[in-house]
Design a protein around this ligand. Sequence first.
Ligand SMILES: [Zn+2]
Length: 62
Amino acid sequence: MRRDDLACANCSGPVSEGRCPVCRAARDQYGRGGGGFYAPLWLILAILAALVCALALEARFA
Ligand SMILES: [Zn+2]
């Protein structure tokens, strides 16, 4: 589903135009999904696993 096709329940305009606060909130919410700040779960898990491995190695050789 494309974001541009969503109609706002408050002002019944296209959400992508951001005519009212409800539009803008919905647009921000959808926009963050594919944005640069969103880290996928597998990436977080991979970083955590790497940290645990590093700590375990450090504890072994310390
Ligand atoms: Zn609206």
